[in-house]
Design a protein around this ligand. Structure first.
Ligand SMILES: Cc1ncc(COP(=O)(O)O)c(C=O)c1O
Length: 450
């Protein structure tokens, strides 16, 4: 088969999301309140609609996608699975490399897959406005797009370093009606506390989450929306992996290696989760999560209960973490600057069902440029982490003469990341390896759970 794009028709769109909670080797540990007791649905109801709370804890293997959402998904789904033949040729590898192209969505990444679902369930619950954070700007764009479809207002706390690096992301959100503020902001108590301590704070996802949660919790008509980490987000993203499975079948392929970048774990989790049952049945698939060396949550953090945000407004989640007070260096993959990790991805890693690697940003941009030159598409810096890993695996195949099938999730394009490419091309991009003492310091503030 010589095709480059493996396409599904709209009628082949998956009708259900896959809930990996039904197949995990052990149940997820529950989210906890600061006093160590489990969080119940009533604790989450001030900021989430009940349908999403139900999905968060559901043990049902399959969850129906509402017709109205399927219609919206058809704006960009099913997304193509592409064979990277030119990259293979450039690398002189016998491996077959495929990528699932999530950059074709309106916002340019996988993020709208859950944004539209979250806006839908909030609208049904009578909510008028959603508040959220955004790192790279992809999530804020996705939620602004989704809120606009459902007539909801959208407030976005955008991590300051990205707000400054990516003004066009901000304008994109504004076109869809989103209101965007640089975080830390002086609009919330959480933001003001950070600004008092450090007026030049570059911000972090942990800080922006505190601001958005506080905003939602203090306004009755407003809910909070999270673009990653939580179980219902991974659930919505499984549409990516489910389509990929159908497309690989059409191509007559059995994947040997699956790869995705990880910030909070949503694109990786949604891409990889549908393959977990096969792996648990003994199929030999290597599943790799890729993170930056400057924010090495899986590769250097402990598996512990921790808060999802700096102001400790979220419940405690059992996850790999660098500590909720950790502010990662201002690297250019803004979406990977998160101290924690999805509890689902964390458990899969802890049980050795998946593995993880970390790369410094210069090698990542080098891979991004190779990809842009061979396959044409300019990747988001986050996505380029997955590309770097796919290239490394393909080079291993060249050395060992193994014809493996490598599939990675192309989580988004980098059309709004040109300032980062400029820095890389002009040799001004710095690599950060997080010093052990800094990790130790942030971990020192982890809560003790008896
Ligand atoms: C293009 C892209 N890929 C990946 C990520 C990382 O997030 P997650 O781990 O939730 O997929 C982001 C986050 O902003 C992103 O914008």
């Amino acid at each position: 088969m010589d095709d480059v794009k493996i396409l599904l028709s709209e009628s082949e769109l998956p009708q259900k999301w896959y809930n990996v909670q039904a197949d995990l080797p052990e149940p997820l540990k529950p989210p906890l309140k600061p006093n160590g007791t489990p969080v119940g649905p009533q604790d989450l109801s001030p900021i989430f609609p009940m349908e999403l709370i139900k999905q968060e804890v559901s043990q049902e293997r399959w969850i129906e996608i509402p017709d109205e959402l399927l219609d919206i998904y058809k704006l960009w789904r099913p997304s193509p699975l592409c064979r990277a033949r030119r990259l293979e040729k450039y690398l002189k590898t016998p491996a077959r490399i495929y990528f699932k192209n999530e950059s074709v969505s309106p916002a340019g990444s996988h993020k709208p897959n859950t944004a539209v679902a979250q806006a839908y369930y909030n609208k049904k619950a009578g909510i008028k406005r959603l508040a959220t954070e955004t790192g790279a700007g992809q999530w804020g764009s996705a939620l602004s797009f989704a809120c606009n479809l459902f007539g909801l207002k959208c407030t976005v706390y955008m991590v300051k370093v990205s707000y400054d690096q990516k003004p066009y992301r901000k304008f994109m959100m504004q076109v869809w009606g989103g209101k965007v503020f640089a975080s830390p902001s002086n609009l919330t108590q959480s933001g003001r506390v950070v600004l008092t301590k450090n007026p030049d704070s570059p911000g972090s996802l942990g800080i922006a989450i505190s601001e958005a949660v506080e905003d939602a919790a203090t306004h009755d008509d407003t809910n909070y929306s999270l673009g990653s980490v939580l179980n219902h987000v991974i659930l919505h993203q499984t549409i990516v992996g489910l389509e990929t499975q159908k497309q690989l079948k059409i191509a007559g392929e059995n994947p040997d290696i699956l790869i995705g970048c990880v910030g909070g774990g949503s694109n990786f989790g949604g891409f990889a989760a549908p393959f977990v049952p096969e792996k648990l049945k003994g199929k030999n698939i290597k599943i790799i999560a890729v993170e930056p060396t400057s924010c090495p949550t899986l590769t250097k953090g402990p598996f512990r209960y921790d808060y999802g945000d700096i102001a400790k407004l979220t419940p405690l989640l059992m996850m790999y973490t660098l500590g909720h007070s950790f502010v990662p260096p201002a690297i250019h993959a803004g979406g990977l600057r998160y101290h924690g990790m999805s509890p689902i991805v964390s458990l899969l890693f802890n049980k050795k069902i998946i593995e993880a690697v970390a790369y410094p940003q210069n090698t990542v941009f080098e891979a991004a440029v190779v990809f842009a030159k061979t396959e044409g598409i300019l990747p988001a810096p986050e996505t380029a982490h997955a590309i770097k890993c796919a290239i490394d695996e393909a080079i291993k195949c060249r050395e060992t003469k193994q014809e493996k099938c490598i599939v990675f999730n192309f989580s988004g394009h980098g059309h709004f990341d040109m300032a980062s490419y400029d820095k890389y091309l002009s040799g001004k991009l710095e690599d950060y390896e997080l010093p052990g003492e800094e990790i130790k310091k942030a971990l020192g503030e982890l809560p003790e759970i008896k």
